[in-house]
Write a protein that binds this ligand. Structure first.
Ligand SMILES: *Cc1c(COP(=O)(O)O)cnc(C)c1O
Length: 395
């Protein structure tokens, strides 16, 4: 680690640290978690298998309406295994939403395949169906037919699934649905994560529910999920000695962490309601602001878990106040806000990857900010946030 860099960062933060830290999204335990952990200790199921893992998987299957779930060590691991199960290898092409967290796309590189990035549309900020079809047609015309499409439900907002699915069906390409941020969201009444051949969930520390770290791969294809469990536990063949005929991974969720997951599933609906209430609160607050808009559900087909409340600030309409103005002012008083996820086609690691679109995601990225959105936020914390925004906007 670069010591001098660390020191500089610390000095700069001294002022801010006089204020209690207000997180973008912090873990929010429900109370039931401890019981399942205690059970695991009492029965000595301290392993990457056991009753909590099995029951957590059942909880996820019940909630999403998907027949099979494999509990894994992370959402990233789930994406990686899904790509392997879809037979994606070196030289293959995979289409991915550009505006996302890097974990949606990194596993494409683990497989030495080629990511092709697709722009967003303005209604949901997710994969633009028109840009998607352009990409598919172009790739097919060059004999590079993509083997999978990865749409993402960013910040919990469902993507335009009807349009995306109809393109995928037309060209016979599988969908790997990244619902890492969208557990509890639904489209036309059907849970996000249940639309693709595979769906991915994440229980990382900042997600709507957490196991501290964890994820799941869900699918109606029981054989595929069985294979995911096999690959995630080092791909051990059925033999008395260690025998391997596949590359294995150590991707299974621990029975202790699955216990946290079971407790969290008991309060998931409550968490969604609390986050949706946060959104309404911000929306009400920003009513009188010109140049500030929130990401709204386009119509009743879209139900967002409102994992994060996100806004666009247009400096042309705010007298020059930008998302960076607000973000840096928040930072000074220890309130965490974050620019929207920077599109993958603009990331150094994906330089040279193909991109289809018209700059929508880049524009949204430049104007967008994620606001503190935890389900455990207090009255006083909202006051701190609102007072600071009023101050910055001279209200
Ligand atoms: C968090 C996240 C992931 C990865 O999940 P982990 O459990 O952190 O590995 C993947 N995609 C998106 C969109 C995410 O937000």
């Amino acid at each position: 680690m670069n010591v001098s860099l660390t020191k500089t960062a610390k000095t700069e933060n001294v002022e801010a640290q006089k204020y209690p830290k207000l997180y973008l999204s912090s873990p929010h335990m429900g109370g039931g978690e401890q019981k399942y952990i205690t059970e695991a200790f009492a029965t000595n199921w301290v392993a990457p298998l056991g009753p909590n893992v099995n029951n957590f998987e059942k909880d996820l299957e019940k909630f999403t309406g998907v027949q099979h779930a494999a509990a894994l060590s992370s959402g990233t691991a789930a994406i990686h295994l899904a790509l392997i199960l879809m037979g994606i290898n070196q030289g293959d092409y995979v289409i991915c939403q550009s505006m996302t967290f890097s974990a949606s796309a990194n596993p494409i590189l683990y497989q030495k395949a080629n990511p092709v990035f697709v722009d967003s549309e303005r209604d949901t900020w997710n994969m633009c169906p028109n840009a998607l079809e352009d990409a598919v047609k172009k790739l097919i015309s060059e004999n590079k037919k993509p083997k999978a499409i990865i749409p993402v439900h960013l910040y919990g907002m469902p993507a335009k699934l009807d349009e995306i699915i109809s393109i995928a069906q037309k060209y016979e390409i599988d969908i790997l649905e990244d619902a890492a941020e969208a557990l509890g969201s639904s489209y036309k009444g059907k849970p996000c994560g249940s639309f693709g051949r595979f769906g991915v969930l994440s229980f990382n520390g900042n997600k709507i529910i957490t196991t501290s770290g964890g994820g799941a791969l869900i699918s109606n294809d029981g054989d595929a999920i069985q294979k995911a469990r096999f690959l995630s536990t080092q791909a051990r063949d059925n033999a008395p000695h260690y025998q391997h005929s596949h590359i294995g991974y150590n991707y299974r969720l621990s029975n202790i962490l699955a216990g946290i997951g079971r407790g969290q599933m008991e309060v998931l609906t409550e968490r969604v309601n609390a986050r949706r209430k946060n959104f309404e609160r911000y929306k009400d607050f920003f009513k009188s602001f010109s140049g500030v808009t929130l990401l709204e559900e386009p119509d009743n087909d879209f139900y967002s878990n409102r994992w994060l409340t996100t806004i666009l600030i247009n400096p042309d309409e705010t007298g020059g106040i930008s998302r960076e103005t607000l973000r840096t002012e928040f930072e000074k008083v220890n309130i965490e806000a974050r620019p929207l996820w920077k599109p993958m086609h603009l990331q150094p690691i994906f330089e040279g990857a193909e991109y289809f679109g018209s700059g929508v995601s880049e524009d949204i990225f430049n104007k967008g900010l994620c606001l503190p959105s935890g389900s455990n936020m207090t009255e006083e914390e909202f006051e701190r946030i609102f007072n600071k925004i009023n101050e910055v906007f001279g209200k």
